[in-house]
Design a binder for this molecule. Structure first.
Ligand code: CU
Length: 379
C-alpha cells in the first residue's frame, strides 16, 4: 500500500522571504566575522596604547623623580688628588690673551664639536661635549664691527648640537637649528653690535649642553677704537656639576645638581684656579682690559679686582653705551658679558674674582701679577 501520500510533505518551495532570510543570515555571518576582526585589532591597539601609557608614566615619573631629588646631593667640591699642586703646576692654562682681529671683510670661523675628556681642576677629569682643539670654553672669536662672520659648525659628537651666537641678529630656527652627528651647518651674520657676547649650544636641554662645556666668547670691536690699553684678557666664567670626583675615572654631568645649582667647581676658562698657579701679567702703571663672559649655565660672575678699581666698566658688555667709571664690582649675568679696564700702578699680586665667594672657594679666582712681586696673595 502506498503510504499515505498526505504524509509525504512536498518539498517546500523557497519563497521570496526565505531567500531574504538566508541572505540576511549570510550577511550577518560576514558582519560577525568583520566585527570579530576589528575587535581583535582594537584589542591589539589597546594593548599597544597601554604599553605606551606605561612608558609615558615611567618617563614622567623619571622626570618627576629628577625634579624631586631630595637634598643632600653628593658634593665633590674641592676634591682633588694628593699631588694636586704638582698637577696644577703642570697644567697648561687656557690662553686668556685676546687674539688679533683677522683682516678682511669676511671672517671664516670653523668649529668642530666633539665628546672630549678634559681636566677641570688638578687631577679632576670630566666628560665634556666641547670644542675640538680647545675643550671648554671654545675658541675666542674676535672681529670688528661691520665684518661678516661666516660660521661653519661641524658636529663631531654623538648627539645633535647647535650654535647660538648672542652677537648675531638672525633667525634662530634657521641658523641655530640642531645639527645631526656627522653633519655641518654654515651661516653668515654681520658683526653689527660692538661688545662681548656669549655663544653656546642651544640644543635642549640647554642646561645640560652648557653644563657640559658648550660655550665661548665672541668679541666685536667697535669701529671707533676703544681707549688703548696694554694687556687684554678674555675670561669665560662657568660652573661644573659632577656625578663623581673625576679622579679615578672621568666624571659626567649630574643633571639633578645642575638643577639644584649645586656646583662642584666654578672656573674662569674651564679650569679651577688656573690663573692662580699661572697668573696673568701686567707691568706697573699699565692698564689691563678684561673681556668677561658668564657662560653659566646658571651662575653670574660678580667681577671684582682685589686691590684695584674697575676704572672703566662697560656693564652688560655692550660698547655703544659709555662706561661706568671707578666701580668696585659689576655683575656679569649668566648669558651676558662685561668689559673692564683696570689700571694698576704698584707691583703686586691682584686677585680677580667673582665676589660671590662660594665661587671663589670652588675655583673662580685668578691673579694679575703686576711686575715681579714677592710673596703670595691673600685671597
Ligand atoms: Cu650641544
Amino acid at each position: 500500500m502506498a503510504s499515505y501520500s498526505a504524509h509525504q510533505r512536498p518539498r517546500p518551495v523557497e519563497t521570496e522571504s526565505a531567500v531574504f532570510a538566508k541572505v540576511a543570515a549570510l550577511l550577518l555571518g560576514i558582519l560577525v566575522a568583520v566585527l570579530g576582526f576589528f575587535s581583535l585589532l582594537m584589542w591589539a591597539d589597546s594593548h599597544e596604547a597601554r604599553d605606551a601609557a606605561a612608558e609615558l608614566t615611567e618617563a614622567t615619573s623619571d622626570i618627576a623623580a629628577d625634579h624631586n631629588t631630595a637634598l643632600p646631593l653628593n658634593s665633590f667640591a674641592g676634591v682633588v688628588p694628593e699631588n694636586s699642586l704638582e698637577l696644577a703646576a703642570a697644567h697648561k692654562p687656557y690662553d686668556a690673551t685676546l687674539p688679533p682681529v683677522p683682516a678682511g671683510d669676511l671672517v671664516k670661523v670653523q668649529m668642530t664639536l666633539k665628546d672630549l675628556t678634559v681636566e677641570i681642576a688638578p687631577g679632576v677629569k670630566y666628560n665634556t661635549w666641547a670644542f675640538d682643539g680647545h675643550g671648554a670654553p671654545g675658541p675666542v672669536v674676535n672681529v670688528r664691527e661691520g665684518q661678516t662672520v661666516e660660521m661653519t659648525l661641524t658636529n663631531g659628537g654623538s648627539i645633535p648640537h647647535s650654535i647660538d651666537f648672542h652677537a648675531a641678529r638672525i633667525a634662530p630656527n634657521v641658523a641655530f637649528k640642531d645639527v645631526a652627528p656627522g653633519d655641518s651647518i654654515k651661516f653668515r651674520f654681520t658683526a653689527s653690535d660692538p661688545g662681548v657676547f656669549m655663544y653656546h649650544c642651544g640644543t635642549k636641554p640647554v642646561l645640560a649642553h652648557i653644563a657640559n662645556g658648550m660655550y665661548g666668547a665672541i668679541i666685536i670691536q667697535p669701529k671707533q677704537a676703544l681707549p688703548k690699553v696694554d694687556n687684554e684678557y678674555v675670561l669665560v666664567g662657568s660652573e661644573w656639576y659632577l656625578n663623581g670626583d673625576g679622579i679615578e675615572e672621568p666624571a659626567s654631568l649630574d643633571f639633578a645638581k645642575a638643577r639644584a645649582r649645586l656646583s662642584d667647581w666654578v672656573t674662569f676658562n674651564g679650569y679651577a684656579n688656573q690663573y692662580v698657579t699661572h697668573p696673568l701679567t701686567a707691568d706697573p702703571g699699565e692698564t689691563t682690559r678684561f673681556w668677561v663672559v658668564a657662560a653659566g649655565p646658571t651662575n653670574n660672575v660678580n667681577f671684582h679686582v682685589v686691590g684695584g678699581m674697575l676704572d672703566r666698566a662697560w656693564v652688560n658688555g655692550g660698547l655703544t653705551n659709555p662706561p661706568q667709571t671707578n666701580v668696585q664690582t659689576v655683575i656679569v649675568p649668566a648669558g651676558g658679558g662685561g668689559i673692564f679696564d683696570v689700571k694698576i700702578d704698584d707691583e703686586g699680586l691682584y686677585p680677580f674674582v667673582s665676589h660671590a665667594f662660594a665661587d671663589v672657594d670652588l675655583g673662580q679666582v685668578g691673579l694679575l701679577k703686576v711686575g715681579n712681586p714677592k710673596g703670595t696673595a691673600s685671597h
